[in-house]
Design a protein around this ligand. Structure first.
Ligand code: HEC
Length: 149
C-alpha cells in the first residue's frame, strides 16, 4: 500500500465509525420521540375515559379512547429498542434487563384498555369503571418500576 493511503484509509474508517455511531443515536432519538408521542396518546385517552367515569357515563363514550389506547399499547414496546436508554428519556435501563416483565406490564395496560372498550360497547358503566381501575394500576406499576421521576 502506498504510504499516503494509510492516513486516508484511517480517516475513512473514522468517518464510517462516526457515521454508524450517529445513525444509532438518531435511531434511538427517533424511538424516544415515538414512544413519548405514544404515551401522550395514553394520557389523552386515559383522560377521556376518566371523564366518562367521573360523570358516571355515558359508557359508550369510553369506547373510542379505550380502543385508541389499546392500539397504541400494542405497538408501544417496539419504541424501546436496545440503546434507547440514553438521551432525553426517563426510561430506566432496568427495562432492557427485564424486557419480558416490561412487555407483560405493557400487555396489562393493553388488556385493561380492551376490557374498557368491551364494557363501553355493551354500555356497561360498571365494567368501564372496573377497567379504568385496572388501567390506572397498570400505568402506575410500570412507572414505579421503569420510569425515573
Ligand atoms: C410497561 C410500562 C409502561 C406502562 C404500562 C405505562 N407507561 Fe407511561 N411511561 C413509561 C416509560 C418508561 C416512560 C418514560 C419514556 C421516556 O421518557 O422515554 C413513560 C412516560 C409516560 C409519559 C410522559 C411522556 C412524555 O411526553 O415524556 C406519560 C404522559 C405517560 N407515560 C402516561 C402513561 C399512562 C396514562 C399510562 C397508562 C394508561 C402509562 N403511561 C402506562 C412506561 C409505561
Amino acid at each position: 500500500m502506498a504510504y499516503w493511503r494509510k492516513p486516508v484509509l484511517a480517516l475513512g474508517l473514522a468517518l464510517a465509525v462516526a457515521t454508524v455511531g450517529s445513525l444509532a443515536y438518531a435511531q434511538a432519538d427517533d424511538a424516544i420521540k415515538s414512544r413519548k408521542d405514544g404515551f401522550q396518546v395514553f394520557r389523552t385517552s386515559a383522560g377521556a375515559i376518566k371523564r366518562v367515569v367521573d360523570s358516571n357515563g355515558p359508557a359508550a363514550e369510553a369506547a373510542a379512547p379505550a380502543q385508541a389506547l389499546a392500539a397504541q399499547a400494542a405497538k408501544q414496546v417496539s419504541f424501546f429498542p436496545a440503546g434507547s436508554d440514553k438521551g432525553n428519556t426517563k426510561a430506566k435501563p432496568e427495562i432492557w434487563a427485564n424486557m419480558a416483565d416490561f412487555t407483560a406490564k405493557m400487555k396489562a395496560a393493553e388488556d385493561a384498555a380492551t376490557a374498557i372498550a368491551t364494557a363501553a360497547a355493551a354500555n356497561n358503566i360498571d365494567g368501564v369503571k372496573a377497567g379504568f381501575g385496572a388501567l390506572g394500576a397498570a400505568c402506575g406499576a410500570c412507572h414505579k418500576a421503569y420510569r425515573n421521576d
